[in-house]
Design a protein around this ligand. Structure first.
Ligand SMILES: *[C@@H]1O[C@H](CO)[C@@H](O)[C@H](O)[C@H]1NC(C)=O
Length: 320
C-alpha cells in the first residue's frame, strides 16, 4: 500500500507546486528596450527590495535616478551598491518621508528647484504596519496612498513639461479585498475602523485599492497630455515588507516564501514593463500584472468612487 501512496503524494505535491508557479507565483520579464540616458526618474522607497531592483535597472539604462527615501544611511548604502554594479554616477538621494505631508511638500520643492525634467515617477514605497502618520492618518492609508497622491499632484506640471512621461504606482492583488468607507475616512482619518490592531492587513488592502483607483482617476485627468500612468501588482515577492509582522507570522511565512515567492529582480519586472515598454500608452490608467494588462473587478474601476477618492484626498492634503 505504502509503495503506492508515496509516489502519489510526491506527484500531487509536485503538481501543486508547478501549478502555483504558473499562477499565483508566475514569473515574467520586462522586454521594453527603452534607453533612459538623459532621462530622470524618481523612485520612492528605492533603498530596498523591489524598489532597489527597479532603481538598479533604471540606472543601468542610463537614467538619472532620484532615490526618495526616509532613511539617509540605508539609501546611501543602496546608492553605493547601485553605482558599483551599474557604473552609473547619476544616482542621488533626496529626503522624503511619505508619512509627513510637510516632508512631501519639502521634497517636491527641492526637486522642482534642482531638477529640470521628470520622465518617470515610480510610487513604489509601501508598508504593512500599525499606527499613525505624523498628520494623524492611518499609516497604510497615509503612506501607501495619501503621501504618494500629494507627491504626484505636486510634480504633475513637471511631468507634463517632459515629453511622454509616466507615473507607475505599485499596488497589489490585495486590492481585491479592499474597501473604501469615506465616512470613516473623514471622521477617523483612516480606512479601517481603528478598533483592532489586527486590522492592519485589511488597512493594507484598502490602501492598495486606493492605488488602483488613484491611477484610474489620474489617467482621466491626464487626457490630452502626454503623461500616462499605470498601477502594478509586482507579484508575491520576498521583501522586507513583512519586517513589521510578528515572529510567528515570520516562522510560518519564511519556508513558503523561500520556495515560491519571487526574488526582488523578478518582482521588479512589471514595474519596469510599465516604465519602459514602448506602445502601452493607450493602456494608461490600467492595472498590470506579470508584464501584461489585467482586468480589475468593478470596485477597482468605479468612476464615481475614484473621483470621490481624489476629491477627498485633495481636501485631506490641503490642496483644495
Ligand atoms: C504630445 O506629443 C506629441 C508628439 O511628440 C506633440 O506633438 C504634442 O504637442 C504633445 N502634446 C502635449 C500636450 O504636450
Amino acid at each position: 500500500m505504502l509503495t503506492l501512496v508515496v509516489p502519489v503524494v510526491v506527484v500531487a505535491v509536485a503538481g501543486v507546486y508547478v501549478l502555483l508557479l504558473e499562477t499565483l507565483f508566475k514569473r515574467s520579464e520586462c522586454r521594453g528596450a527603452a534607453d533612459m540616458s538623459g532621462k530622470a526618474a524618481i523612485i520612492t522607497g528605492g533603498n530596498t527590495g523591489i524598489g532597489k531592483a527597479t532603481a538598479m535597472e533604471l540606472a543601468r539604462r542610463g537614467a538619472r535616478v532620484i532615490m526618495a527615501c526616509r532613511n539617509r544611511r540605508k539609501a546611501e548604502a543602496a546608492i553605493s551598491d547601485i553605482k558599483k554594479e551599474t557604473g552609473s554616477s547619476e544616482v542621488v538621494y533626496m529626503h522624503l518621508d511619505l508619512g509627513s505631508l510637510k516632508s512631501v511638500r519639502s521634497f517636491a520643492e527641492t526637486f522642482l528647484k534642482t531638477e529640470t525634467r521628470l520622465d518617470l515617477l515610480i510610487n513604489n514605497a509601501g508598508l504593512v504596519a500599525d499606527g499613525r502618520t505624523e498628520d494623524g492618518f492611518g499609516i497604510e492609508f497615509g503612506v501607501n496612498h495619501l503621501g504618494h497622491f500629494l507627491l504626484t499632484c505636486l510634480l504633475l506640471d513637471r511631468l507634463k513639461e517632459t515629453p511622454s512621461s509616466r507615473v507607475v504606482t505599485l499596488s497589489s492583488m490585495a486590492h481585491r479585498w479592499g474597501k473604501i468607507d469615506f465616512e470613516n475616512l473623514i471622521t477617523n482619518k483612516d480606512l479601517g475602523s481603528g478598533q483592532y490592531s489586527w486590522q492592519f492587513f485589511q488597512a493594507y488592502c484598502n490602501s492598495k485599492l486606493c492605488n488602483v483607483l488613484f491611477t484610474h482617476e489620474l489617467s482621466k485627468r491626464l487626457k490630452g497630455t502626454n503623461v500616462t500612468c499605470y498601477s502594478v501588482h509586482p507579484g508575491i515577492v520576498k521583501t522586507e515588507l513583512s519586517r513589521h509582522v510578528s515572529l510567528w507570522q515570520k516562522i510560518f511565512i519564511e519556508p513558503v516564501a523561500t520556495l515560491l515567492f519571487l526574488d526582488t529582480k523578478s518582482g521588479s519586472q512589471t514595474t519596469l514593463h510599465c516604465a519602459l515598454q514602448e506602445g502601452i500608452e493607450p493602456l494608461s490608467g490600467r492595472y498590470f500584472s506579470c508584464c501584461a494588462v489585467q482586468e480589475v473587478c468593478g470596485k477597482a474601476k468605479d468612476d464615481a468612487v475614484a473621483r470621490k477618492l481624489w476629491e477627498v484626498s485633495e481636501r485631506l492634503c490641503g490642496l483644495s
